[in-house]
Write a protein that binds this ligand. Sequence first.
Ligand SMILES: [Zn+2]
Length: 56
Amino acid sequence: MDECPRCRGSIEELSLGDVSTVTCPHCGFADIPAEHQPHGEEPESWRDAFNRFYEE
Ligand SMILES: [Zn+2]
């Protein structure tokens, strides 16, 4: 996957530890695979980490 399904712009692949995902810098689309979220971990903590990574 290298094309944004929302705006068809080029997307970027990000890796956070063992998890990789793709984001679109053009429209803000983010494909976060739920299957990679470990059980018991709060979704908010993942979002915080992701947002912090994306903003830098
Ligand atoms: Zn996009």
